[in-house]
Design a protein around this ligand. Structure first.
Ligand code: ADP
Ligand code: MG
Length: 253
C-alpha cells in the first residue's frame, strides 16, 4: 500500500545514517513524575500532586519499536512526553543517545526536541488552514533549509506515505487515516532518531489503522519508535511491549 521508501528519502537535512548503529536511542532511568509538584521537588504529602510515574526505567535501542500499554491513567502519555522532552520529570534521567535531556536548559531541550524527535498524536494536530505539504514542511522552517528544499522534502515525504497526489489538500479534505499519514510525514520531516506516537490509531477504523501501523513499522527499522496504545494490533508491531500500571512498569514482554 505504501511506497516503502521512507528510509530512502533520508535527509537533505543531515545524513546521520552512519551514526545509527545498534546503540541505545532512549533510556529512561528511575523516572518519577509528579504533576503539580512545585519547583520540581517531590511533595508527596500535597494532595494536589498526582504521581504519574514511579521509578520507571525503559531502554529503546535504535531500530526497535517499543509499545506501551496499560489502563487509562497508567502513565503512558507521561512517558511519551518525558521522552519527547515535553516535560521534565521530577526525578530520574531521560537520555537521548546518551544525553540527559532532563538536565538541559529549556532552550536546549526545545532544540533537541525540534531536531531529534518526531511526535504523532492521536488527534493528528494538523493546522487546518495549511495544505498537507505546508503542514509537513512546518518543522523545517527553523532548519535553515531554503524554502524550495523544504517544499521538496515535504513533497517526497508525502509521496513516501502514499499521499503524493494530496499535497495541496487541506486536512479537512482528507480522511482520518490520510490525516494521520500527513502527521507521520510531518514527524519525519527533520529526520529524527526517535518517534513517539500516542495512540496513533485511536481515531481510526481497523483497516485504516493497519495501514498507519505498516508505516510505523517501516519507520521503526532504523529509528527508535515508542508507541502507546490500547490496541492489540498496534502492540503487535512492537518488538517489545511494556505494561504500565499505576505509573510503574508492571511487565515487559
Ligand atoms: P495514560 O496516557 O496512560 O492514560 P497519563 O500519562 O495521561 O496516562 O496520566 C497519568 C496520570 O497523570 C493520571 O492519573 C492523570 O490523571 C495524571 N495527569 C496527566 N496529565 C496531567 C496533568 N497535566 N496534570 C495533572 N495530572 C495529570
Ligand atoms: Mg494517554
Amino acid at each position: 500500500m505504501f511506497n516503502h521508501t521512507v528510509r530512502g528519502s533520508r535527509s537533505p537535512v543531515r545524513d546521520r545514517a552512519g551514526e545509527r548503529e545498534s546503540t541505545t536511542a532512549v533510556r529512561l532511568d528511575g523516572v518519577t513524575h509528579e504533576y503539580g509538584a512545585s519547583g520540581g521537588r517531590l511533595r508527596s504529602s500535597d494532595e494536589r500532586t498526582v504521581t504519574a510515574l514511579r521509578d520507571v526505567s525503559i531502554e529503546v535501542p535504535m531500530g526497535t519499536t517499543v509499545g506501551l500499554e496499560g489502563p487509562s491513567g497508567s502513565g503512558k502519555s507521561t512517558v511519551l512526553h518525558a521522552v519527547a522532552g515535553l516535560l521534565v520529570p521530577t526525578a530520574g534521567r531521560v537520555e537521548l543517545r546518551g544525553t540527559d535531556i532532563a538536565a538541559l536548559s529549556d532552550a536546549e531541550r526545545t532544540r533537541v526536541r525540534r531536531h531529534h524527535i518526531g511526535i504523532v498524536f492521536q488527534r493528528f494536530h494538523l493546522l487546518p488552514s495549511l495544505s498537507a505539504r505546508a503542514n509537513v514542511a512546518l518543522p523545517l522552517v527553523q532548519s535553515g533549509l531554503p524554502r524550495s528544499d523544504r517544499r521538496e522534502r515535504a513533497t517526497n515525504l508525502l509521496h513516501d506515505v502514499g499521499l503524493g497526489d494530496r499535497s495541496t489538500h487541506r486536512p479537512g479534505e482528507l480522511s482520518g487515516g490520510e490525516r494521520q499519514r500527513v502527521a507521520i510525514a510531518r514527524a519525519l520531516a527533520t529526520d529524527p532518531d526517535v518517534i513517539v506516537a500516542d495512540e496513533p490509531t485511536g481515531e481510526l477504523d481497523t483497516a485504516t489503522g493497519t495501514a498507519v501501523l505498516e508505516l510505523l513499522t517501516d519507520i521503526g527499522r532504523d529509528r527508535a519508535v515508542v508507541v502507546a496504545s490500547h490496541d492489540e494490533a498496534t502492540l503487535d508491531v512492537a518488538d517489545r511491549v511494556i505494561t504500565l500500571c499505576d505509573g510503574r512498569v508492571d511487565d515487559v514482554r
